[in-house]
Design a protein around this ligand. Structure first.
Ligand SMILES: [Zn+2]
Length: 485
């Protein structure tokens, strides 16, 4: 009998908040059993030679949209396969009632068990859910959702509050299958209840509200201006139609409301200097409040001067190169705490139409290591342990999964991405292993690709080949400490 089922030998272990150390990792069952200077091969059932490789904790991609545009199970299978191929071992997916996703409205007590049932055999990686609520009845379910269903993050979309979004978007009430607009008054009630429940469970973690901060009244006016006078650069026009200052305005509204309800907030996908500065401003003005500033891979790697066309349409939009540089500055100085994909698998067919009618969003989960390593480590001197914090330890901590996930620690889940930080590859759809038939990053040369992905002690991806099965991923109830057996 060997002491360890699997030993990862001879690699450089990237430990969040500590640094990089040469060490061997011994895995027993699904957990890390030892981290030691040396573990003898005879003590191991199986050995992976990680010489000259970097062993990161498996990435926790905490902003994902399984099932937004495609049938739920199909999307879960293909897109968690893509995640696994990119060293991602846990995803937290946003779900909401209304059109898209399951095309259903009603209480989550009915809909959420159905969602878990649909999810059961389809995920290759571990997963949890964040839920968006749109009615008073759903707000009344928050405590139940935390205590029983294991959902510890809620979501609000500021730009859904108007009936008609900038003319071309669908009627919001119809789209969400509700009869009362979700305006700031609704947000106020929502924040009060999230805050009350946060207080109830404060010994187990944080219960925040994730907010997509964009202001629809401003967008209606600014989009009309751009429609009248387009420049012809699709993405620049789209950025001008939803200018950074309307994000700034929305973030300020949220900050003031958070102060008056004592609500913890996740500022999602900050795209521009104005947006990050607004969020940093709120954090400085209300130091007693709990704000998380989130960045995305696409806002850190794409700019509208690349003229990528409508396939790279996303909300909030791709911004200027100066904004991209500023976002990196905020990643480096630690103000942006998590970097996520906001993965929403779309196809060219889904994205057809003009700039205004094409649907927003696209996928990129499998690029988490190559983008952070190429653009962060190689280009801008971002330390490797900071990468492990941005894409694993911080998302795990802020979303109540730590130290089950996001930690290189004895007793934590044995989730790892073994990465060659110097290997350069051109981004192709084949590498990304997604159902998306395009990628805005296609053709880019990036360094830092995972060779192995290990989830709870099992190799699920090895040198280009998926070796795990859909259904291996388990649903994780959050806060983990509340639900742990
Ligand atoms: Zn999103």
């Amino acid at each position: 009998m060997s002491d360890y089922d699997l030993v990862i030998k001879g690699g450089n272990v990237v430990i969040p908040y500590l640094g990089v150390r040469k060490a061997d990792i011994g895995i027993v069952g699904e957990k890390v059993g030892a981290i030691a200077d040396s573990i003898l091969p005879e003590e191991a059932g199986q050995v992976i030679d990680a010489t000259d490789r970097y062993i990161f904790p498996g990435a926790v991609d905490s902003h994902f949209h399984i099932g937004i545009y495609r049938p739920y199970k199909d999307d879960a299978i293909s897109e968690t396969t893509s995640a696994a191929s990119g060293g991602v071992t846990t995803i937290l997916s946003y779900f909401r009632t209304g059109h898209s996703y399951l095309n259903k409205m009603g209480p989550y007590k009915e809909i959420f068990p159905e969602l878990l049932d649909l999810s059961k055999d389809s995920f290759l990686v571990d997963y949890g859910y964040h839920l968006a609520l749109f009615t008073d009845e759903q707000i009344g379910e928050i405590e139940w959702l935390v205590r029983e269903a294991g959902v510890s993050t809620f979501k609000y979309f500021m730009f859904y509050k108007l009936l008609n979004l900038a003319g071309s978007s669908p009627d919001a009430l119809n789209y969400l299958m509700i009869d009362t607009p979700i305006d700031l008054g609704f947000l106020y009630k929502y924040m009060k209840e999230v805050s009350r429940v946060n207080d109830l469970f404060k010994d187990y973690g944080r219960i925040p509200l994730s907010i997509h901060c964009e202001n629809p009244e401003i967008i209606q006016a600014t989009q009309a201006e751009v429609e009248k006078n387009p420049s012809g650069n699709f993405l620049k026009d789209y950025s001008d139609a939803r200018p950074p200052w309307q994000e700034e305005l929305a973030i300020n509204e949220v900050g003031v409301m958070a102060e008056n309800t004592d609500c913890s907030i996740n500022f999602l996908h900050l795209s521009s200097q104005k947006a990050v500065d607004a969020a940093k401003g709120m954090a400085a003005r209300y130091p007693h409040l709990d704000f998380l500033l989130e960045g995305t891979l696409h806002h850190l790697s794409l700019s509208h001067y690349m003229d990528l066309g409508r396939l790279a349409k996303v909300n909030p939009p791709i911004r200027s190169p100066e904004d991209v540089e500023y976002l990196w500055k905020c990643v480096l100085d630690g103000s942006i705490k998590t970097v996520v994909s906001d993965h929403a698998c779309a196809t060219k067919e889904i994205k057809k139409g003009d700039l205004w009618t094409s649907l927003p969003g696209f996928g990129g989960t499998s690029l988490t290591f190559p983008v952070l390593i190429s653009e962060g480590y190689h280009k801008r001197g971002l330390a490797l342990q900071r990468i492990a914090e941005l894409n694993s330890a911080n998302p795990a901590r802020y979303h109540n999964l730590y130290p089950k996930k996001g930690a290189v620690m004895v007793g934590s889940d044995a989730d790892f991405a073994i990465v060659d930080i110097n290997q350069e590859k051109e981004v192709t759809l084949e590498i990304l292993q997604t159902a998306q038939d395009f990628s805005p990053e296609e053709g880019m040369k990036l360094k830092g690709w995972p060779e192995y992905t290990i989830l709870r002690g099992k190799v699920i991806f090895e040198k280009g080949t998926i070796t795990g099965e859909p259904g291996y991923g388990t649903y994780i109830k959050r806060p983990y400490r509340l639900h742990q057996e």
